[in-house]
Ligand binder design. Sequence first.
Ligand code: GLP
Length: 236
Amino acid sequence: MKIIKAKDYKDMSRKAANIISAQVILYPNSVLGLATGSSPIGTYEQLVEWFNKGDVDFSCVRTVNLDEYRGLDGSNEQSYRHFMNEHLFDLVNIEKSKTFVPDGLAENPVEECKRYDALIESLGGIDLQLLGIGHNGHIGFNEPSEAFEKTTHLVDLKPETIVANTRFFESADAVPKQAYTMGIKSIMQAKKIVLIVSSEDKADILKKALYGPVTPEVPGSILQLHPDLTVVTCGI
Ligand code: GLP
C-alpha cells in the first residue's frame, strides 16, 4: 500500500488525477472504475482541465461506475448517472455509450445485478478503480454487514448513509433507501485502486480500514489485501 499525503483538497485531486491520466495515456482503452460523492469532484475537474489542454484523450476509455440509487432515472439530478455526466462525461471526449452505471430503474433487480456483473466481465474487468470511503467504512455502497458481498447487489442503505447523503437531497425522506452497488470481488479484482479521502472526520474510519482487522463490518478494510492500492489523503 502506498499512502500519499496531499497538502489540500486541490493537491489530493491533482495527485489522483495524475495517476488516472497516466493510466489513460499509457493504456488508452483502459476500463476505469469510477466513483461519486464529494471526494472525487476535484479529481474530475482536474482531468477535464488537462483534457481541455489536450493532455489526456478519453476517446477509447470505457468506464463502469460503482453504484446507483434504486428508483432514480439517469436524468434525475441526484442520480449518479447525472453526477457523472455533469462532472466528467459531458466535459471530455469520452463516448457515452462506453460509460456504464447500474440502471436505477431496472424492473428486475436480480437481473440487473447479473447484467452489471456480466458487463464488467465482458469489458475484461477494471484496470483502475477510483474509490472514496463512507464514514461507516463503506466502499461503493457495500455497507457494513456480516459478510463481504462478492457481486453486484441491491443494498438497503444504512441510516447513517442516508443521513450523510441527505446533503445532496431536499430532505432525508427524499434520499432513496436502496442502491445497486458493484460487489467487493469486482472492486478487488481491479488491477489498481486509488482511494481518496479528504476530510478530517474520516481519520478514524480510514485508520480502521487500513490498519484494523479485515472485516465486513468495515468494508473498506478489504483494501488492505489489494496488491496495488494507493491512498491519497488530505486534512488527515
Ligand atoms: C456515497 C458513495 C460512495 C462514496 C461515499 C463517500 O455513499 N456511494 O461511493 O465513497 O458516498 O462520499 P463523500 O466523498 O461525499 O464523502
